[in-house]
Ligand binder design. Structure first.
Ligand code: ADE
Length: 228
């Protein structure tokens, strides 16, 4: 998989890709991530990429031309499956969207800033608009980092234990069950007996029950939308 991220602030984005799972995925060549600074695609003085909005109102809008130039250059080099714009008015990210995107080959992610980007750029180039939640960030960079992390950990070979993404919360519309590690007893708090029993069918059943219980308590909406 190849991900091209178009941003005004590449430095804000880089560190999540230089640590942990995403770093390992890049080192193992399971994913390539490339950053493109929109300011490299403008001919205006001071590398201007934004301007006042027509009709008046507070906030600057990113102009279509640098977006066009950057995306057109990338598209001239290879085909892309999706051109995603990170925006609070996009479709809210969930596990299903991450699963689908993890099956793609080449993806562009465009990060907005200020009041957003000229609507014509959205109409012309964007195939998918994604929000990471109902709150407004200063720009799309953190959203792009979140989206990349959610996708990259699903790529085959990225996680050590390949089944571990399958047991994540949301993969079956249930939250994950509680987990424990050593010591078996800490300040009077004991690990549930069943987990020490070695009876794996029973442990599996307990985990399923706990996942269901936790989902019922915390996210009953997930149960309404599934057949569990
Ligand atoms: N840009 C600003 N806010 C955002 C959000 N909630 N999700 C994705 N991109 C954004």
């Amino acid at each position: 998989m190849r991900i091209d991220i178009i941003t005004l602030l590449p430095e804000l984005l880089k560190s999540p890709f230089e640590a942990s799972i995403m770093k390992r995925a890049i080192e193992k060549e399971l994913v390539e991530v490339h950053f493109h600074n929109l300011r490299d695609y403008t001919d205006l003085s001071y590398n201007q990429v934004d301007d006042y909005q027509y009709g008046g109102g507070a906030g600057m809008v990113i102009m279509i031309e640098p977006i066009d130039k950057c995306i057109s250059k990338l598209k001239s080099e290879r085909n892309y499956d999706e051109v995603i714009y990170l925006t609070p008015d996009g479709e809210t990210l969930n596990q299903q969207i991450a699963n689908n995107l993890s099956l793609k080959g080449n993806i562009i992610m465009l990060c907005g800033h200020y009041k957003g980007i000229d609507q014509r750029a959205r109409d012309l180039f964007i195939t998918k608009e994604i929000s990471i939640g109902d709150y407004v960030l200063s720009g799309g960079e953190l959203g792009a980092a979140v989206l990349c992390d959610a996708i990259v950990r699903l790529l085959p070979g990225v996680l050590n234990d390949e089944t571990s993404a399958l047991t994540d919360s949301f993969q079956d519309n249930l939250l994950a069950p509680p987990v424990y590690t050593r010591p078996a007893s800490y300040k009077g708090l004991d690990v549930p007996e069943i987990l020490l029993s070695g009876n794996f069918p029973k442990i599996e059943k307990w985990r399923e029950e706990q996942a269901y219980k936790r989902t019922e308590e915390r996210r009953p909406d997930l149960l309404e939308n599934s057949e569990n």
